[in-house]
Design a protein around this ligand. Sequence first.
Ligand SMILES: Nc1ncnc2c1ncn2[C@@H]1O[C@H](COP(=O)(O)OP(=O)(O)OP(=O)(O)O)[C@@H](O)[C@H]1O
Ligand SMILES: [Mg+2]
Length: 381
Amino acid sequence: MTGTVGLVGVKDKQIEEFVRLAGMRPLMLQAEDLASARGALSATPDVVVVDVRADRNLLTIVAAIKRRHPSMGIAIVVPSLEPDLMLQAMRAGVTECVAEPLTQGTLEAAISRVMVQRAAPVEGRVFAVIGAKGGVGATTIAVNLAEAIARTAGDALLVDLNVSTGDAAVFLGVDPRFTIVDALENTPRLDEAFFRSLVAHTPSGLDLLGSSVRMLAGPVEPQRVRTLIDFAVRYYRAVVLDVPRGDPSALDALEAASSIFVVVNHELPTLSSAYRVVSRLRQKYGSDRISLLVNRSDRHSDISISDIEKAVNAKVKHVFPSEYKRALAAANHGQPLARSTDGRVAGSFHEFVRMLTGPEKPSDDTKRLFGWLNPRRSQAE
Ligand SMILES: Nc1ncnc2c1ncn2[C@@H]1O[C@H](COP(=O)(O)OP(=O)(O)OP(=O)(O)O)[C@@H](O)[C@H]1O
Ligand SMILES: [Mg+2]
């Protein structure tokens, strides 16, 4: 192997030696060099190894490094593969964990896995969210699903497919400079650098391709929407789409979606509209990927969850409680509910993401994190 390995928190001379023996150049770094905007780097490392054995707080620095360098692969050295520590590492955006006893073989294998993953785009999963009726909570769910994934996995992209009427940016408290209109107008010349310059960043690692006040010149072409989704999914662990139910160009461009969620509540007019939306989606994409999300659940409603399933002829995947004050405050402050774990709705979003992603405990292949977000490796669903 060739390349530079940044070493953070490494006091163990052996690690430097192992890196050299692997044919790579070790570069001792201060965490701040990578994590802070003021940090200066003499060379950008291909991989960063953070030794958290002496100082677990370095894991918080990992999250900051990932925010500044989203595509940088990070391996950490840990005393043992304890589930708590692994979970924390996963949330921070770590790609590989190497446990004691540390050998040249284990370190070299971890570094090469990080290098491979860095070279290959991540191929994330695509979740589409469609409201069965106006105001049912589709954007709230799309924003918070994306936020909860980003908090768990380290990154995610939310795409507001309401090209010139969307409000996802307001829910996230950002004012994007570029928007989906810029992306759709330029699909033929999309490359990673250009694409990354179009998205707006948020503190959790969630990026947004937001709606525009500018209209697109001409109708939205489904082929362009498809190209955009296929492109985005290569660079994020997950892509969440806020899909307008009345726009055929968006509804016809969801082939890449692994799950299509139709949002309903306990109202009959919504369910009748949901039936039509689901029937149309089913004709195009089959039944397996389509399910319902019940928002603002009401246990006392005349219409039960099983009535909803019968009326719409689709399964309910998750039920979100109603919490009017918190939802309103979150929207007014541009702070998505899932940015914290306070409150029933926020808790429900994190629970939903846990359900989508499978158990959070490390699998047999304990060193390989995030298998759940990669369709080629997924065993969770
Ligand atoms: N679980 C919930 N509990 C209480 N209020 C909620 C909940 N989910 C959403 N809301 C509130 O409902 C309103 C509509 O939500 P949202 O904008 O997400 O709906 P939408 O389906 O995207 O609407 P549109 O059709 O305009 O796109 C917002 O004020 C939001 O704060
Ligand atoms: Mg909306």
